[in-house]
Design a protein around this ligand. Structure first.
Ligand code: ZN
Length: 370
């Protein structure tokens, strides 16, 4: 357990958050507010279409644009290479359009140029866009730590027309990551653990309200949002869930902290089948484990399993693809998970407790599927 030693409270967030259909068509208007030399890192999947579109967008104006096709891992060497290539251009705005690695690379490159950071997520699958850090890997794709920044992105810009066209699995995974926000924040409030703002401060009233709103939005509107996205529609419920998955979830985690759900997500990826799943999918199963270990009431547990079954989040070993896992495998996962955030729970956690809770979460998952 890691209680805060002082009562000073702090809150971090992006300066601006804009979300709406076709907002990316206005990218130049947004970047003009920050600078006139715009470097855009674009995920390789979107590069052919969008590099052309952006070059046309900036063709007749006072600002200039340079695009970069982003693919592969985010490593310190890769960041240094992008910075080196862009040195002559000397961008004062860096935009990152794509998934987690493209967004996190843009944050790092912007930091090196002391440029404004604009993040354009293309899915609503994680809480990463709004947060002021980059998760770093080595060439082999192994997670080696995080690079922290003194500020969050200046602007997070979501075009929901793009988000609605992404595979549904991303939106559902984002609901899993988003639902962990309140569950983990509550554990942190109870243990009075430090948040992820700077050196770590007490939680604000604001984050308590945000975590609660994130939870209620996803549980109340998640099914409707999924149905809308399956039809490519940007309904009010869809827009609300995209905001919960991205803004509320990001603010929630940065201004409280992770706990059991993300510990399971990190521990369980030692099983190769789970390493292939999306972040939000493994976090989702971690929520169930955390609810069991905390001995939460049956109504809360039932509500969560019912929601998982309705949207297709994994609640059993079978759904995680680990039906063949042995007791020894699960104990290894439990031990591995102790390296993460279990110390923010309000009571001490052992590997045996985690093992029992993982096994029970699977049993309940099978029960609620009947
Ligand atoms: Zn997460």
């Amino acid at each position: 357990m890691s209680q805060t030693t002082n009562k000073t409270r702090a809150f971090g967030s992006p300066s601006r958050y804009v979300q709406g259909r076709n907002e990316l068509d206005l990218l130049k208007e947004y970047t003009d507010a920050y600078g006139n030399r715009v470097l855009i890192l674009i995920d390789t999947f979107f590069y052919a279409n969008y590099s052309k579109k952006f070059e046309e967008m900036y063709a007749n104006g006072t600002s200039t644009v340079k695009t970069y096709e982003y693919k592969g891992e985010i490593t310190a060497d890769k960041i240094a290479a992008i910075v080196n290539e862009a040195k002559a251009f000397n961008p004062n705005v860096v935009v990152g359009m794509g998934g987690g690695k493209t967004m996190d690379s843009a944050k790092a490159v912007a930091d090196d140029f002391k440029a404004a950071t604009i993040i354009v997520p293309t899915t609503a699958s994680t809480d990463a866009p709004a947060i002021g850090l980059s998760v770093m890997y080595n060439e082999q794709g192994v997670h080696i730590g995080a690079r922290h920044y003194v500020k969050n992105p200046d602007l997070v810009l979501l075009d929901t027309d793009i988000i609605a066209k992404a595979p549904i699995r991303f939106l559902v995974a984002g609901m899993g990551d988003g639902l962990a926000t309140f569950i983990e924040a509550r554990a942190n409030f109870q243990s009075a653990s430090p948040n992820y703002v700077g050196k770590g401060y007490s939680a604000t009233v604001a984050v308590r309200a945000i975590a609660q709103a994130c939870h209620e939005t996803i549980l109340n509107k998640g099914i409707s949002a999924k149905l809308a996205a399956e039809a490519g529609l940007c309904t009010q419920d869809f827009e609300d869930v995209v905001e919960a998955n991205t803004l509320l979830s990001g603010l929630g985690v940065q201004n409280s902290s992770c706990a059991g759900a993300h510990s399971i997500a990190e521990g369980i990826t030692i099983l190769p089948e789970c390493a292939k799943l999306l972040h939000g999918e493994v976090v989702a199963f971690g929520i169930l484990v955390q609810l069991v270990i905390e001995g939460r009431c049956k109504d809360e547990i039932k509500e969560m399993y019912d929601f998982f079954n309705a949207v297709g989040l994994p609640s059993t070993f079978e759904m995680l693809g680990i039906s063949d896992a042995t007791s020894a495998d699960i104990m290894k996962v439990a031990q591995e998970s102790l390296k993460s955030y279990w110390d923010t729970e309000p009571f001490a956690i052992t590997a045996q407790m985690v093992y029992d809770a993982i096994m029970m979460a699977n049993i309940l998952g099978k029960e609620f599927q009947k």
